[in-house]
Design a protein around this ligand. Structure first.
Ligand code: KIV
Length: 295
């Protein structure tokens, strides 16, 4: 007869999990940032509850104007790097445009690839009522899903730009229905992006899963920002971003120092070069030979 599972069979989960995030609603604020590579993931892992490998990486890292061109393989490559660089935070990977909209089974196939090949703990996909069936399909089959409603960047061509949502009362009903549909379908949390504060507050009060705001006010259960935006690395940022540092100018200043040190032959200096190993050092060999002759 099989005994109770031993530690070797079932590891204790040390990372924050999707259900762990869901449980925080009404208890503590959820803190999240995007991460695209192992070294930034390593730096921020201990300070956030989840790391989002957002498809914004197409714009931030790869210079695209929108997130539309981002391929699934690129998300997998960056997702795996972020998982390798982190130990504690839940890693959520964005499903890119075209990888999940066609049908629940296509979404499952691609989301399963993301989970297997990155080791992440959840995926995120954009869309409310229209994606409810897919969210239910994935979450009933072992894939935790984070929803994303309001300003959904993958719909930029339909919306006619990156436009704040819910600033007119007649827009509210559809967005509230999106939030309710995503929660009912089994998402463990939902991103509210670019949304009027009063609407974000109403949605946050009315659904049972945590709302994660980006440009949706302090009324949300948690907050997320694009790391490069809040560090001052992005040349232009939307109004809702607070720049917590100015690393862009710090990097430029460091690079200017480096360039002038190289040009002035001040770098590399004596502290930055390797000498010969003792056995190979010609000076040491000469000394050794003259000592041998003398004896
Ligand atoms: O891709 C991304 O970075 C996102 C955040 C803006 C929530 O989806």
């Amino acid at each position: 007869m099989q005994g109770p599972p031993r530690m070797s069979q079932h590891h204790e989960m040390r990372r924050t999990t999707a259900p762990g995030i869901k449980l925080r609603k009404g208890r503590e604020k959820i803190v999240a940032l995007t991460a695209y590579h192992a070294h930034t993931a390593r730096l921020i892992d201990r300070h956030v509850d989840f790391l989002l490998v957002g498809d914004s990486l197409g714009m931030v890292m790869h210079g695209h104007e929108t997130t539309i061109p981002v391929p699934l393989d690129l998300m997998i490559m960056h997702g795996a790097a972020v998982v390798r660089g982190s130990k504690r935070a839940l890693v959520v990977v964005d499903m890119p445009f075209g990888s999940y909209e066609e049908s629940p089974s296509v979404a499952f196939r691609n989301a399963a690839r993301v989970m297997k090949e990155t080791g992440c703990g959840a995926v995120k996909l954009e869309g409310g009522q229209r994606m409810a069936e897919t969210i239910a399909f994935l979450s009933q089959r072992g894939i935790p899903v984070m929803g994303h409603i309001g300003l959904t960047p993958q719909s930029v061509n339909v919306m006619g730009g990156f436009k704040t949502q819910g600033r007119h009362p007649e827009e509210w009903a559809a967005i509230e229905a999106d939030a309710a549909a995503v929660a009912k379908a089994g998402a463990f949390a939902v991103v509210l992006e670019g949304m009027a504060e009063a609407l974000a507050a109403k949605i946050t009060r009315s659904i049972e899963i945590p709302t994660i705001g980006i440009g949706a006010s302090v009324e949300c259960d948690g907050q997320i920002l694009v790391l490069e935006d809040m560090l001052g690395l992005s040349p232009r940022v939307p109004r809702f971003v607070k720049r917590f540092a100015e690393l862009g100018s710090a990097i430029e200043a460091a690079v200017m120092d480096y360039a002038s040190a190289v040009r002035a032959l001040q770098f590399p200096g004596p502290d930055h070069v390797y000498g010969m190993s003792k056995h190979e050092d010609p000076q040491a060999q000469v000394t050794k030979m003259s000592k041998t002759k003398a004896s």
